[in-house]
Write a protein that binds this ligand. Structure first.
Ligand SMILES: Cc1ncc(C[n+]2csc(CCOP(=O)(O)OP(=O)(O)O)c2C)c(N)n1
Length: 643
C-alpha cells in the first residue's frame, strides 16, 4: 500500500461485518476513526460524495456491529452516504474505483453486493422498501441470505419528501417490526427547508446532548432487561422519559432520541436495545454532523456534499479549468435577464438550488425563488397553481428527478394546458452518477403529452434563446432540456430572442444524407461531417430545436431532397426519432423508399463512466455517427464486400 494511505491496522483485519462482532466499544471507536481516514483517502482519489458518508461513519460501524447483515437488511436512503458501508462489506479492495468505469457504483446496488439489499440514488424510498422487506419477512418470503431485521437510514433532507411520509404512515398502520434511523445533520445538499426541518430542530432545541436522558414515551416499552455492555447507558437514555407526543409517535412509531450519532456508546446501547426489544416500528433520531472529521468539508457551505478529487492535507479540489460556461449557469443568467423585464416570472427548485443554478436567481430575486425541498411532485403542482394564478413559473428540475413528478406533469399541468416552463438540466447521460441519474426518458415522456412544447438546446447560445422562448409561451406547457457540463464555446447572444415555435434550422447544406439532430449531439454530428468530408461525403446537418411540435416542412423537405435521413437525440427510444418516423410513415414517405435511421440510447441502463465513454457505449459519438452515415449509404458494406 502506498505510504500516503492512512494507517489502519484494525480496519485491515475486517473483511466482513462478522469480524466486528467481538470488538469492544473502545475498539469500535478506533475502527470508526480508521474508517473515516480511509473514506477521506479514497474519495480524495475518486471524487464523489464525501460529507454524507463522513457523517455516518460511527452509525455505519455501530449498525454492522449490532445487526447481522446481510440477513438483516440495511437500506441507505439516497445511498450517497454508503462509501464507509462499502468499505466494511467486502469492497475495500475496490473502494478506489468508486464511480469510475467498471468500478464500484457511488450508490448501493443490488447487483454489486448482498450487503446492498436495495438500490437507490433518488431519495426517500428507504422506508417504503424497508416496509416491503418487513412484510416479506413476516409472510414467509425467503430470499437468498434469509430475512431478519430491516433498518432504514434516512436523512433529514430526504424525510421531507412525500414518499417518506407515505412510508411512515403505512408502517405505523401495519405495526411490523421495522427500524428507521433518522440521520439528522441539519443539511440536505443545501440547508434544508420547510416546516419539517424546523420541527425536527424543535425536538432538540436548547438541550445539549448530555441532558438527553430521554427518549419518548413509546420507548418505555423498549426498556432493556439488564444486558451486557452499554446497558447502563441505555437505561439512562430511556429513563425519565420527557419528550412524548412526537409526530412520529402519532404515526405509530416508538420514538427514541435524539441521540448523538457520533457517540459510539450511545449508538451501541440504543441499537442493542432496539435489536433486543423492538416489537413494532421504531424511529431512532440521531444527530450527526455532515462532513464530520474532515475540516475542509465541515467548513464548506455544502459540508462537502460532493467533491472533485482533492488534496487530503489542504482539501483543495483538482477541478479541470473550464473553457466554456456551464449550461446550468447560462440557464440561470438567461432566466435572470428575462425576469428583470418580467415581474411575473418565478423559479422553483426541489432542493437543488446550486445544481440548477437557481442560487444565482435567488440572489437577485429572493422573493420569486422557491426551494420546495425534495418534493418534485409538489414542486410541479405548485408551479401549476402559480401558472393558473397568472404567474410565469419556471420549474427547474433535473431530467431524472422530474420522473418523480410525472403524474403531476400530466394531470396538473398538461391536462389543464397550464403554462409551466420546465427547465430540464442534466438531460442525457451524466457520467459518474450513473444510470440512476441519466436523463434518458424526458423526451419520450413529454412529447407524448398533447400541446406540450418540447425543445432541446444544441449549444449554450441556443439555450439562451430557449429560455426566452419559454418565457414567451404563455398558453401551454413548455420544456427545454440541456446537458450536464460545459457548453461548446460558441459566441453568446446578449439577449435571448424567442424562437418560432416548431421551426428547426439547417446548420450545413449537403446532399445524399441528412442528419437531423435534436439537442447537444449537434457538435458530434459536425465532427462526424468533418471526417466524412475527407471521404468526399457531405451530409446535410439540421438542428430540429423542437421535438414537439415537429418542424414538418423541414423534415419532409429533408426527406424529399436526400436518399437517407438519420435522427439523433440524447434520449431513450420513443422520443424525437419516433415522432419523426411517425410523421414520415403517416405522410407515406417510406413508400417512396427513404432510408431512415434513428440514433437513440440502447435499450439498456448504462453504468457509470465518463460521459464520453457512456456516449461511446450508447453509440453516439462522432465516429459512430460517421459509421452510421456510411452504413446507410452502403459504403461500409461495399468496403466490406471488397475486402
Ligand atoms: C428525488 C430526488 N431529488 C433530489 C435528489 C438530489 N439529492 C441527493 S442527496 C440530497 C440531499 C439529501 O439530504 P439528506 O437526506 O439530509 O442527506 P445528507 O446528504 O444530508 O446526509 C438531494 C436533494 C435525489 N437524490 N432524489
Amino acid at each position: 500500500m502506498p505510504s500516503d494511505r492512512p494507517h489502519t491496522p484494525l480496519l485491515d483485519c475486517i473483511t466482513s461485518p462478522a469480524d466486528m462482532k467481538p470488538l469492544s466499544n473502545i475498539e469500535l471507536k478506533v475502527l470508526a476513526s480508521e474508517l473515516r481516514a480511509e473514506t477521506i483517502s479514497a474519495v480524495s482519489e475518486t471524487g464523489g460524495h464525501l460529507g454524507a458518508g463522513l457523517g455516518v461513519v460511527e452509525l455505519t460501524v455501530a449498525l454492522h456491529a449490532v445487526f447481522n447483515t446481510p440477513k438483516d437488511r440495511l437500506i441507505w436512503d439516497v445511498s450517497h452516504q454508503c462509501y464507509p458501508h462499502k468499505v466494511l462489506t467486502g469492497r475495500r479492495d475496490r473502494i478506489r474505483t468508486l464511480r469510475k468505469g467498471g468500478g464500484l457504483s457511488g450508490f448501493t446496488k443490488r447487483s454489486e453486493s448482498p450487503y446492498d439489499p436495495f438500490g437507490a440514488a433518488h431519495s426517500s424510498t428507504s422506508i417504503s422498501a424497508g416496509l416491503g422487506f418487513a412484510v416479506a419477512r413476516d409472510l414467509g418470503g425467503a430470499p437468498e441470505h434469509g430475512l431478519g431485521d430491516v433498518v432504514c437510514v434516512i436523512g433529514d433532507g430526504s424525510i421531507s419528501a412525500g414518499m417518506a411520509y407515505e412510508g411512515l404512515n403505512n408502517a405505523g398502520h401495519l405495526k411490523r417490526r421495522l427500524i428507521v434511523i433518522l440521520n439528522d445533520n441539519e443539511m440536505s445538499i443545501a440547508p434544508p427547508v420547510g416546516a419539517m426541518s424546523s420541527y425536527l430542530s424543535s425536538l432538540y432545541a436548547g438541550a445539549p446532548f448530555q441532558e438527553f436522558k430521554a427518549a419518548a414515551k413509546g420507548a418505555v416499552s423498549l426498556l432493556p432487561q439488564p444486558f451486557q455492555e452499554g446497558a447502563r447507558r441505555a437505561r439512562e437514555l430511556v429513563k425519565s422519559v420527557t419528550v412524548g407526543g412526537t409526530l412520529f409517535e402519532e404515526l405509530g412509531f416508538s420514538y427514541l432520541g435524539p441521540i448523538d450519532g457520533h457517540d459510539m456508546d450511545q449508538l451501541m446501547a440504543v441499537l442493542r436495545t432496539v435489536k433486543t426489544r423492538a416489537d413494532g416500528p421504531v424511529l431512532i433520531h440521531a444527530i450527526t454532523k455532515k462532513g464530520k472529521g474532515f475540516a475542509p468539508a465541515e467548513a464548506a457551505a455544502d459540508k462537502g456534499h460532493a467533491t472533485a478529487k482533492f488534496d487530503v492535507a489542504t482539501g483543495k479540489q483538482n477541478k479541470p479549468p473550464s473553457n466554456a460556461p456551464s449550461y446550468t449557469k447560462v440557464f440561470a443568467q438567461s432566466l435572470i435577464k428575462e425576469a428583470e423585464d418580467d415581474p411575473l416570472i418565478t423559479a422553483v427548485t426541489a432542493a437543488m438550488p446550486d445544481g440548477t443554478g437557481l442560487n444565482l436567481f435567488a440572489e437577485r430575486f429572493p422573493d420569486r425563488t422557491f426551494d420546495v425541498g425534495i418534493a418534485e411532485q409538489h414542486g410541479v403542482t405548485f408551479c401549476a397553481g402559480m401558472a393558473a394564478g397568472g404567474l410565469k413559473p419556471f420549474c427547474a428540475i433535473y431530467s431524472t428527478f422530474l420522473q418523480r413528478g410525472y403524474d403531476q406533469v400530466v394531470h396538473d399541468v398538461a391536462l389543464q394546458r397550464l403554462p409551466v416552463r420546465f427547465a430540464i438540466d442534466r438531460a442525457g447521460l451524466v457520467g459518474a452518477d450513473g444510470a440512476t441519474h441519466a436523463g434518458s426518458f424526458d423526451i419520450a415522456y413529454l412529447t407524448n403529452l398533447p400541446d406540450f412544447v418540447v425543445m432541446a438546446a444544441a449549444d449554450e447560445a441556443e439555450l439562451v434563446h430557449m429560455v426566452a422562448t419559454a418565457a414567451a409561451i404563455d398558453d401551454r406547457p413548455s420544456a427545454f432540456r440541456f446537458p450536464r457540463g460545459e457548453g461548446v464555446g460558441v459566441d453568446m447572444p446578449e439577449r435571448g430572442i424567442p424562437l418560432e415555435i416548431g421551426r428547426g434550422r439547417i446548420v450545413a447544406e449537403g446532399d445524399s444524407v441528412a442528419i437531423l439532430s435534436f439537442g447537444a449531439r449537434l457538435s458530434e454530428c459536425q465532427k462526424a461531417a468533418e471526417a466524412l468530408a475527407t471521404k468526399g461525403i457531405t451530409p446535410t446537418i439540421a438542428d430540429a430545436r423542437f421535438a414537439k411540435p415537429l418542424d414538418r416542412d423541414l423534415i419532409l423537405n429533408l426527406a424529399r431532397d436526400h436518399s437517407a435521413l438519420i435522427t439523433i437525440e440524447e434520449g431513450a427510444v420513443g422520443g424525437f426519432g419516433a415522432h419523426v418516423a411517425q410523421l414520415l410513415a403517416d405522410e407515406g414517405v417510406f413508400d417512396q423508399g427513404l432510408k431512415f435511421r434513428s440514433m437513440v440510447f440502447p435499450d439498456t441502463f448504462i453504468d457509470h463512466d465518463s460521459p464520453a465513454e457512456m456516449y461511446a457505449i450508447a453509440g453516439m459519438n462522432a465516429p459512430q455517427i460517421e459509421a452510421k452515415v456510411l452504413e446507410v449509404m452502403g459504403v461500409a458494406s461495399l468496403a466490406e464486400r471488397r475486402a
